[in-house]
Design a protein around this ligand. Structure first.
Ligand code: GLA
Length: 434
């Protein structure tokens, strides 16, 4: 028996992230696309970086400033073969802007596509990986978002896609400059199964849309294993439903399942919906990349993205994404229970109320939270609600009160073994569970 377990250990696959030393926790930062699409220039990028610094977001961990599509001229330089930054958008040059971003204390992120063109039709890097990686390294970029458009049919099987993305991974590594490599492959060709050896993060779903759960035909897949177009205009609950089983392949020794940039602050969702959005991205360990105009952000939205307790869960070194323990019908939607362990022995538990009405009141049994570790049920836990900051001591169950479209999330700290306080068993004998 012993020799059998040794053999199993010896042959069990070990998954390591792309070995560039980056991405021990999901990246945090800001990206231009959700708010500005192609309407970018030096001023937009620098103003947002300055605002992030002034508002304390850099200190909270949002340290990547990422410029998305539409930064170059339509043609490569015919002599050098290089992509040429648009001189009207960047009158002082890209390198000058990157230096300013670095001087503010941020890392700088750049965008290209593993295709002939980027999604907006600018030159892509397919077949030009080495020359582009060399130029990016000369510019001292720290992050590359690498898209999937115009891939000339080089998709449709995991191996074909893998090789297309591997070419840029190798080219980046060859430069010797550490660059976080973020695949933007929209969850096609089961990217979660193969990306971890070549990249630091990988998009698991189609493009996000600033809406809670509206169906949109442009995002046709509703389940993770849908073989169709991943699409765009995907609501946050569409993304949560698809990403939840997929992020089990993510973690501290592999890389991160990217649920796309955040929409908080762009105005399409209510305060409670943005709370759900931000909480889910945090506990599923998605990259936390803001996608709004930071310089004109409301206090309310700033408070959401600045919640240090929720950020701490996302940035907890060494822990994996939370799991969904169940999903149950509730009025006109579902209730979802998520639970996950953190590296110091604490747990994070979240209840999402997808229904439009009413307030959800429910007792959540510890046996559902700790399904992988039943011994934990024998303890009392100090539960801190990470949005209201209220602290309670719970035994055998947690009581949830969740507003429509909202999420309640707690951090649980182990307290006392129940055998030390027999009154708990007596007083809780009549407790009702859902
Ligand atoms: C794709 C990506 C988006 C964005 C655009 C840019 O749709 O998924 O995140 O980068 O391209 O054109």
């Amino acid at each position: 028996m012993l020799s059998c377990s040794i053999l199993i250990l010896a042959i069990a696959p070990v998954i390591w992230a792309l070995d560039n030393g980056l991405g021990k926790t999901p990246p945090m930062g800001w990206n231009s696309w959700n708010r500005y699409t192609c309407d970018i220039n030096e001023t937009v990028i620098l103003n947002n970086a300055e605002a992030m610094k002034e508002l304390g977001l850099l200190k909270l961990g949002y340290n990547y400033v990422i410029m998305d599509d539409c930064w170059s001229k339509r043609q490569r330089d015919p002599k050098t073969g290089r992509i040429v930054p648009d001189p009207e958008k960047f009158p002082n040059g890209i390198e000058n802007m990157i230096e300013k971003i670095h001087n503010m204390g941020f890392n700088f992120g750049m965008y290209s596509s593993a295709g002939k063109y980027t999604c907006a039709g600018y030159p892509g890097s397919l077949g030009h990986e080495e020359i582009d990686a060399k130029m990016f390294a000369e510019w001292k970029i720290d992050y590359l978002k690498y898209d999937n458009c115009f891939n000339q049919g080089r998709s449709g099987s995991p191996l074909i896609s893998y090789q297309r993305y591997e070419a840029m991974s190798d080219a980046l590594n060859k430069t010797g400059h550490p660059i976080f490599y973020a695949l933007c492959q929209w969850g096609e060709d089961q990217v979660w199964n193969w990306a971890s050896t070549i990249a630091n993060s990988w998009r698991v779903t189609g493009d996000i849309y600033d809406n809670f759960n509206r169906y949109d035909i442009r995002c046709p897949c509703e389940t993770y294993d849908c073989p169709s177009l991943q699409g765009y205009h995907c609501s946050i609950m569409n993304i949560v439903n698809k990403a939840t089983p997929l992020v089990q392949k993510a973690g501290p020794n592999s890389g991160w399942g990217d649920m796309d940039m955040l929409e908080v602050g762009n105005g399409g969702m209510s305060f409670d919906e943005y709370i759900t959005h931000f909480t889910m991205w945090a506990i599923l360990k998605s990259p936390m990349i803001l996608g709004n105009d930071v310089s004109s952000m409301s206090r309310e939205h700033l408070a959401i993205v600045s919640n240090p307790d929720v950020i701490a869960v996302n940035q907890d070194v060494g822990s994996a994404p939370a799991n969904r323990m169940w999903k149950k019908h509730f009025v006109d939607g579902f209730v979802h229970l998520f639970s996950g362990s953190l590296s110091n022995g604490d747990w994070v538990v979240a209840v999402v109320n997808e229904a439009t009405e009413p307030l959800l009141e429910m007792n959540i049994a510890f046996s559902d939270i700790f399904t992988d570790n039943h011994d934990n049920e024998k303890y009392t836990w100090v539960a801190k609600d990470l949005w209201t900051k209220e602290t309670t001591t719970a035994a055998r169950y947690l009581t949830a009160n969740v507003v429509p479209h909202g999420t309640q999330v707690w951090r649980l700290q182990k307290s006392m073994h129940l055998s030390h306080n027999k009154n708990y068993w007596v007083s809780l004998d009549n407790a009702e569970y859902e």
